[in-house]
Design a protein around this ligand. Structure first.
Ligand code: ADP
Length: 496
């Protein structure tokens, strides 16, 4: 029998709607909420970024403790996750977190030069709370760490008596928190950790290795990605370390928050709709075309993209199929921000074909919802994709996705050429070439012209339960496994 986990400290560097650069923020808001619904006493720990501190003041907050880590005094505030009862702890340290810009980068898109110090201090404070040292009368059974920003925690807790169990979740292996070797010594990390089975990574310091090498259990956000990252092609140099710990590595598919992403209630939409009556979706399409300055024509296929404009998202593949889509008379609407050269490529397309191609640069939550609802199809040709949320939102909104069949996309999007009509919900292509993408687009556009078949495809996507209900209970099982592994490790330490 696995031991029960009752108290969880969920440590994250992003949290929707307070601070978001990608899917991690969405997961950090919706998974704890679902776990709390299953009866867990879960508390979220987040750096006290300015937007987070402002929200805390609006929602009401109280000072819980003062923590001192390596000479830094930090104040721990308690508020709650908006629209929930889940306690949210904010670590207020103006020198580290109170600055204008993103959580990891300045407004010019450059990494903050002291990121290693910022997230090291964050980890030290989390360790104090994990060990019950904050005079809070509360110690977690398990600390759930997410991505490199929190990955030092399992390494720093390792070997402590009476430590809680640790789970490290990889939301994207491409971001590793790599710094010069000298940073390791400047931070004053324990010397035994400078080892290839520790934090050393080809002569540099990689925060992410703390999670990979020391957590009691590891997870990533889709079953397929958990396999892929053990191969050199997707391993970013860490595939060996992950193979070494493969018996601890699990893939649990992300869910979506269906209170925020639901076409029947979404406050950002011009009209609401559901599986049995999609007429509101046509109104959303009209509204979107009008808003983006595209001809308002119901019969023209409208294809959308939402996401960070980085190589991962396959922007080059979109660039490769845009000429064909334009020639077929389609409309394409893109929303994103990221690498300047990719932004430029897309802007040029818009300048040349403004009546067919719309590009919105920047981060725009309402428009992301409007595109997901108003478009006929979603483009998601990611070169790799740990889970991907946009395709799940698109399925729920009756907007069949066209995806490159990797990672979580492969686990969630089923092409009619590979699956029975009862299962098919979108289109998938391989390999990652413009040609293969184009063939999938042609298949999609052919089916689009057969309204009865298309409607069936839309409804199938809308019917699936992509909520957190299923995945949250998978996490509770994994928490129990991690606690069992932690107990076993401490028995071994005692015997030694
Ligand atoms: P990733 O985490 O790699 O960025 P995901 O698909 O897992 O990709 O999650 C991306 C999340 O960020 C989704 O909620 C998506 O709607 C949102 N998003 C990305 N870029 C933008 C943007 N420019 N404007 C609004 N929302 C965006």
């Amino acid at each position: 029998m696995l031991p029960r986990v009752k108290r969880v400290l969920f440590v994250t560097s992003e949290l929707y709607p307070l601070v978001k650069t990608g899917g991690l923020a969405d997961v950090s808001a919706s998974l704890p909420r679902a776990l709390s619904g299953l009866g867990l006493d879960i508390r979220i720990l987040l750096p006290g970024y300015p937007a987070a501190m402002t929200t805390a003041r609006q929602l009401g907050s109280k000072k819980l403790a003062t923590l001192t880590t390596g000479g830094h005094a930090m104040t721990l505030w308690q508020t709650r996750l908006p629209d929930s009862d889940v306690p949210l702890w904010l670590l207020d340290s103006p020198a580290l977190f109170d600055r204008h810009g993103g959580p990891y980068q300045n407004p010019l898109g450059q990494d903050w030069p002291d990121n290693a110090q910022r997230f090291h201090q964050f980890a030290l404070a989390a360790c104090q709370l994990a060990l019950g040292q904050g005079s809070l009368n509360w110690q977690p059974d398990l600390v759930h760490c997410n991505d490199w920003q929190t990955a030092l925690i399992p390494a720093l807790l390792h070997g402590h008596r009476a430590r809680p169990a640790t789970l490290f979740t990889i939301h994207n292996l491409a971001y590793q928190g790599v710094f010069d070797a000298s940073t390791f010594w400047q931070l004053g990390l324990p010397p035994p950790l400078w080892h290839m089975d520790g934090l050393e990574f080809y002569g540099q310091l990689a925060f992410i290795k703390g999670g990979i090498m020391f957590a009691d259990q590891l997870s990533t956000v889709s079953p397929r990605y958990s396999e892929e990252i053990q191969q050199p092609q997707f391993g970013w140099g860490l595939d060996g370390a992950l193979r070494h710990r493969h018996d601890r590595l699990h893939g649990i598919l992300n869910g979506i928050d269906d209170e925020i992403w639901n076409p029947a209630t979404d406050p950002h939409l011009a009209a609401h709709y559901h599986r049995d009556d999609l007429s509101g979706k046509a109104v959303c399409k009209q509204d979107l075309q009008r808003q983006l300055g595209l001809p308002v024509r119901a019969e023209i296929p409208l294809l959308a993209f939402v996401g960070r404009l980085v190589e991962q998202k396959g922007v080059d593949l979109i660039d490769a199929v845009l000429p064909g889509l334009k020639d077929l008379g389609c409309q394409v609407a893109l929303l994103g921000s990221g690498q300047p050269q990719l932004e430029r490529i897309l802007l040029e397309w818009q300048h040349r074909h403004p009546s067919q191609i719309s590009v919105t640069l920047g981060y725009d939550e309402p428009l992301a919802h409007q595109l997901t609802a108003g478009a006929d199809m979603l483009l998601m040709p990611s070169r790799f994709e740990p889970c991907g949320l946009n395709q799940l939102y698109a399925l729920k909104y009756g907007t069949p996705p066209i995806v490159h069949g990797v990672g979580g996309l492969r686990d969630t999007v089923f092409d009619p050429t590979q699956y029975t009509a009862r299962k098919a919900n979108g289109f998938s292509f391989e390999p990652a070439t413009g040609e293969a993408f184009w063939q999938a687009l042609e298949r999609a556009l052919t089916l689009y012209r057969q309204p009865r078949h298309w409607l069936r495809l839309q409804r199938r996507g809308m019917a699936a339960d992509a909520s957190w209900r299923r995945s949250a209970s998978d996490y509770t099982r994994l928490y129990r496994k991690a606690l069992a592994a932690c107990h076993q490790a401490s028995r071994q330490t005692t015997l030694a």
